[in-house]
Design a protein around this ligand. Structure first.
Ligand code: GLY
Length: 384
């Protein structure tokens, strides 16, 4: 990972001063001739049912989903119980309440659900003011003859269904947005005639509590995150459900839609085979229909980890495997199969911070834990 301080950074002195083998992890046997290049962590091969997995940001909520699975509840109830915790969390600024807004300061959310036993799906995109878009996606699935609602129509539908409209910006996400504006335009920073001209953002983070956010705000201004939580579950019987929910790319153009609400990209499952989802740069996933690709690879016999690696190979192929372009973004895939074998693979060995390993979260009935993802390339991604 290249040092963050080497990137162009115009926040002035204020922020600067403050602040393997291709055998899948836990994978099933891979047919000869189908092993894929990529590096997988070594782990005991084991399947478990019930099983619930998520992106790493769901690790503290997976227990809720597992409780539902163990008591014989529905797999869709289980995955939604997990992601709703993260959607409600003001400190996770990649999802739901507190999610980072678009360039206009409006929080726009995308989400999808799939229910394996009934083979149904629902999704919403660019929905504002509703903190649990995953629940709205479920309502679209269960209460309409449609699959996807977007923008103002999705909001009107949600309100008709009794969802409360609210302001989704928190103090921290609002200040992060103001910091981003101060970086991108001179108009939203103190003028030449101000004693704070060079300080730029000292007026924004003007209390000890706000000052404590400086490092995080610097990161999200420098490296606009795509965040997202994906959660997949299989129960004792082998029924499967999944959901993906996000506030999408920070500072995006209003109306930008990522992969999370796209059935076949940010989420896909077939109750006969397994499920897959993604976090990271959605545009790259949509171009390879990653969720569908992974499930179809599992249908052909690949382990979940190798199926995720195959999706990453397709992402990399779109750039002729040119790491100077691929290191401008990050993307993760997650998968489980009907037998309760799970896996995940990331484009880069390192997570967004460029230091820790890329990880995902698993609860197999005993405890929730984070596991290292397989990955395509050593090191980490950078931004321009
Ligand atoms: N993967 C989330 C997004 O790109 O919006």
């Amino acid at each position: 990972m290249k040092d963050i301080t080497r990137r162009k950074f115009f926040l002035g002195t204020f922020l600067a001063g403050i602040a393997a083998s291709a055998r899948g992890a836990l994978g099933a046997a891979i047919p000869e001739g189908m092993r894929l290049p990529g590096i997988s962590p070594q782990a005991a091969a084991k399947s478990a049912r019930p099983l619930i997995i998520s992106s790493a940001n769901g690790v503290n909520a997976l227990g809720r989903g597992m409780d539902i699975l163990k008591s014989g509840g529905d797999t869709l109830d289980a995955v939604l119980a997990v992601v709703n915790v993260v959607e409600d969390d003001p400190n996770d600024d990649s999802v739901g309440y507190g999610g980072l807004p678009n360039e206009d300061g409006d929080v726009e959310l995308d989400a999808s659900v799939m229910h394996g036993p009934t083979r149904r799906a629902g999704s919403v995109a660019s929905i504002r003011q509703i903190k649990n878009p995953s629940k709205v996606a479920r309502a679209v699935m269960e209460r309409t003859n449609h699959l996807m609602l977007v923008g103002p129509g999705a909001l009107r539908f949600a309100q008709a269904e009794g969802f409360e409209a609210m302001i989704l910006l928190t103090d921290r996400s609002r200040l992060a947005w103001l910091a981003w504006k101060a970086q991108t335009t001179k108009n939203w920073a103190p003028g030449l005639d101000s004693p704070e001209w060079k300080e730029k953002l000292s007026m924004i983070l003007d209390t000890p509590e706000r000052l404590a956010w400086a490092s995080h705000i610097r990161d999200v201004v420098l490296r606009p995150p795509t965040g997202t939580i994906n959660c997949l579950a299989v129960n004792q019987k082998g029924d499967i459900s999944g959901t993906t929910t996000t506030s999408g790319l920070a500072w995006k153009i209003a109306g930008r839609v990522g992969d999370s609400p796209i059935i076949g990209a940010g989420l896909y499952l077939d109750n006969d085979i397994g499920a897959a989802g993604s976090t990271g740069k959605g545009e790259e996933n949509i171009k390879i229909a990653g969720g569908h690709t992974i499930v179809e690879m599992m249908r052909k016999g690949l382990s979940p980890t190798d199926a995720c690696l195959e999706a990453l190979h397709r992402v990399a192929r779109n750039y002729n495997n040119d790491k100077r372009k691929l290191d401008k973004f990050h993307i993760f895939f997650y998968a489980l199969n009907k037998d309760g074998v799970h896996g995940s693979a990331a484009l880069w060995e390192k997570s967004y911070d460029g230091k820790t390993r890329s990880r995902y979260a698993v609860h197999d009935g005993s405890s929730a834990r984070e596991l290292e993802c397989a990955y395509l390339y050593e090191g980490g991604s950078i931004e321009d």
